[in-house]
Design a protein. Structure first.
Lengths: 397, 139
């Protein structure tokens, strides 16, 4: 769908690494270029036309994000440098003050490093306990979540869709469980927000983190959503310009109101404006249409993959739009280098989920991840190349 | 070097690497090598006796370049003194970095002479030698 909007696709390129980052449509590129060529100025301070325009364009994106994730108020939307930054701000800006020694945080072994390492740091710093919800065939089940909850459970922090296997967690049901138990619910939306419709209110999400670059936008920009009453109590982790109201040499400091208080320093203005254009693009296209097309591509791939006998697929049953596979007996990096020879981009590795291998028993996989601009013709080409993989070492060596 | 021969040597060492499998023996020094730019992960263990490397063993998961380079390195280094090893190491690194080197001391390691053409594979070819650097001072 809409391949004509993506200038990079004029090259000979089959791009199947959308979980890592997506390609950029002309509309997003134009928005960024327009800021740099026709109205460059800093935000939140000038009294001249261009600066006022920047303010308007920048703040407008907050409204777009609000509509996109269905939160209540623009003030709940904080711009960050991406999912990792958002999660770190949630954990060190809010959780560090909110949690007490012995409080339990539930995560899983299938989380991205960004939803594990900050928690493990906080465990060392203030003595919280990080516990893993047991996975059932790599999946999070409501039963296992429920069984993992104790009197001490204060937070559940999960990816909505995992980046290794692409399974979609029952976020709506877990959100309800959290509400019933008075548990805070943190959702890593890096792999879901670009692909499926999110409603933070309906899903009872207290904090949501996601990145623009995985949903057509520029790199280095993302969103931290937090329920207003929680954000009000969130401590800035970064101090300086743009976030203070007044301060004196004697140390009397007053910070600005939300969300400026949490956005110290000159923000990534071009990035935020580009993200706004990306959200416009996605909302025009319709998230349901994106999800539907990706499901169709995945089903098509799985059907065609039956023609390749030495292909091992690890996540046939999962709903998400990515496929984890290996060519039997071939190291995943060698497969990725082989596919690159045919201008097919896939990712090889452990995909930043290094402790999942303790459960999966497969250390490294190749990952194909679709987006709406991928086509069945591209899948046909991939399948043809995979069928010929007996020649792999003649290609890669 | 003839590309078909080169490929044959690498594949032979990849499919049948020498000394694969670690041993429980305190006399060995074990080094884990993981490649920061990719996902190769090898354990290599060295036994040093009378100023020479008397044995090397390895295990782990890695790509065709890393595994074959490890196997060829093991074949070339067993029985060598510190001085001989330093010379091989220096010339090998020079070859990978496209600097001047003496191909006469490298033996089958010469198969990686044009690995610079694949920048993402350069580190794979250097991987086993990173572990070697960690033990050579102990000789």
């Amino acid at each position: 769908m809409h391949r004509e909007d993506f200038p990079i696709l004029k090259q000979e390129l089959i791009y199947f690494d959308n979980s890592a980052t997506t390609l950029k449509p002309q509309q997003v590129i134009d928005a960024v270029v327009d800021y740099y060529t026709t109205y460059t100025a800093n935000a939140h301070r000038g009294d001249y036309d261009n600066s006022l325009k920047v303010d308007m364009m920048y703040e407008q994106v907050r409204t777009k994000v609000k509509d996109f994730i269905h939160c209540k108020d623009e003030k709940e939307v904080v711009f960050t440098s991406g999912t990792t930054d958002s999660l770190n701000k949630i954990i060190f800006g809010y959780m560090k003050c909110f949690l007490k020694p012995g409080d339990e945080v539930l995560i899983t072994k299938a989380e991205h490093a960004s939803n594990i390492l900050p928690w493990l740091e906080l465990e060392k710093e203030i003595g919280i306990k990080v516990k893993y919800i047991p996975l059932e065939n790599h999946l999070v089940t409501l039963k296992n979540v429920e069984n993992s909850i104790t009197d001490k459970t204060k937070v559940i922090s999960l990816a909505h869709i995992t980046n290794v296997l692409g399974d979609i967690r029952p976020i709506l049901e877990i959100g309800k469980l959290c509400r019933d138990h008075g548990i805070l619910f943190v959702v890593d939306g890096a792999q879901s927000v670009p692909h499926i419709k999110i409603d933070v209110q309906e899903m009872n999400i207290d904090f949501l983190a996601f990145s623009a670059h995985k949903m057509l936008g520029p790199t280095g920009v993302g969103v931290l959503y937090g329920r207003l009453e929680l954000l009000e109590n969130m401590k800035p982790t970064c101090f300086g310009g743009g976030m203070n109201a007044t301060f004196t040499s004697t140390g009397e400091v007053e910070y600005k109101s939300l969300p400026s208080r949490l956005e110290a320093g000159t923000p990534n203005i071009a990035g935020v404006i580009g993200m706004g254009a990306a959200i416009d693009y996605l909302m025009n296209l319709g998230m349901d249409n994106i999800t539907k097309h990706e499901r169709y591509l995945k089903a098509y791939f799985l059907e065609k993959a039956k023609e390749v006998p030495n292909l091992v697929i690890y996540n046939k049953e999962m709903e998400g739009s990515l496929i984890a596979f290996n060519i039997d007996g071939v190291f995943s990096q060698d497969t990725a280098v082989y596919l690159n020879h045919y201008h097919i981009c896939v990712r090889a590795g452990n995909h930043c989920a290094k402790i999942l291998k303790e459960d999966l028993l497969v250390k490294n996989t190749c990952r194909i991840s679709f987006y709406f601009y991928n086509t069945v013709e591209e899948i046909d080409q991939l399948i043809a190349v995979l069928k010929n993989s007996k020649d792999i070492f003649q290609i890669v060596l | 070097m003839d590309p078909i021969l080169k490929r044959k040597i690498m594949l032979e060492h990849y499919e049948h690497p020498i000394h694969r499998g670690l041993v429980e023996d305190d006399r060995y020094i074990k080094v884990n090598t993981s490649n920061e730019s990719c996902i190769d992960n090898l354990d290599i263990m060295y036994k040093i006796e009378d100023g020479r490397i008397s044995d090397i063993r390895f295990d782990g998961e890695a790509c065709v370049i890393s595994i074959s380079a490890t196997s060829i390195m093991i074949k070339n280094l067993i029985g060598k003194t510190k001085e001989e090893i330093m010379m091989i190491l220096k010339n090998y690194e020079n070859m990978i970095d496209q600097k001047e080197y003496d191909d006469a001391v490298l033996g089958e390691l010469n198969v990686y002479h044009d690995i610079y053409q694949q920048p993402n594979r350069r580190k794979c070819a250097l991987l086993p030698f990173e572990s070697l650097k960690k033990i050579v001072d102990k000789m």
